[in-house]
Design a binder for this molecule. Sequence first.
Ligand code: MG
Length: 378
Amino acid sequence: MLQSYACDPLHSRGRRYPQAPAPTRNEFQRDRDRIVHCTAFRRLVYKTQVFLNHEGDLFRTRLTHSLEVAQLARSVARELGLHEDLVEAIALAHDLGHTPFGHAGQDALNDCLRAAHPQSGFEHNLQSLRVVDWLEERYPAYDGLNLSFEAREGILKHCSRRNAERLLRQEPGGVGLRFVDGTQPSLEAQLCNLADEIAYNAHDIDDGVRSGLLTLEQLDGVALFASARDESLAEFQGLGGRRLLFESIRRMLSRQVEDLIAATRTAIEHAAPESASAARAMPPLVQFGAPMQVHNTELKAFLRQNLYRHPQVIETTDRARRVVADLYAAYGADPSALPKAAAAHVRPHRAIADYIAGMTDRFALREHQRLTGETLFP
Ligand code: MG
């Protein structure tokens, strides 16, 4: 049951290139389908989430992460009466702009661009929007996927004021506006942001333990995990190993999702937005309750300290940064090494960044080897 504060495809703010409605699908289903069929989406399977893609077959990739975000966000949307298809579209597209090698790749590319052009830079949220607005080449009449305003609004999760002003010059009143006037995105977009956090906090614990970089003993220090584990052991005495880990993560996830639904429901009842637009003008309504917010912050701090900054992760991300920096330098020195269209681009530094950002981990490694003769990841 769609609530009055949900985004309604019949009242969408429309597409950049107006199109007749599809005969059998609503506008947000159409967005989702376009995303699933695009090239950038298929590349997510070979892009790093935390562990480099070639480090193991069972770790999350950007693709499986995006699927987990989508399913989590959809179940919350159904409970809250938000639009499930829109939530799914945003979740599946939210990481399309990620470079190979995760955040290490993004940081390296950002540094390269800034060194070349101080006014420039690389930011994956803005790149996700670039992918769906410009970089996908699938339709005869326009560049990009021509998604609805609501999907694009959700994809642009963060944006600097300078970039927002630039977007507004291209598209007055468009998706850049909220970063200038301080309003919120739709409740569907707010939900996807939190579903992203819930998903990666949970799956990074799983992957962290699987990789041997995190231990169950270390996780004793994380209150939310420890209580979920105690609860699992109380119900299943003698449970250990993987099944204990999975059961604890499952309970931790459920608790966060249930808390999110309850706290958001209360906030919505209290604020009583009469429409999706009214909700955008209010403070964020999709939220955890205060105690869960504390747990969530603790969990994130734990993962940052013990997993993302683990010496072994830092060591591989350092090499990954070098791959990206070397590629940028090599294409800059010899544009003929780029595909023809990129080599002819009027803004070569942006074309190089787009090309590198679109690469999968393994393609970037092959290109690096081809251009430098070095093997950084034997
Ligand atoms: Mg994500």
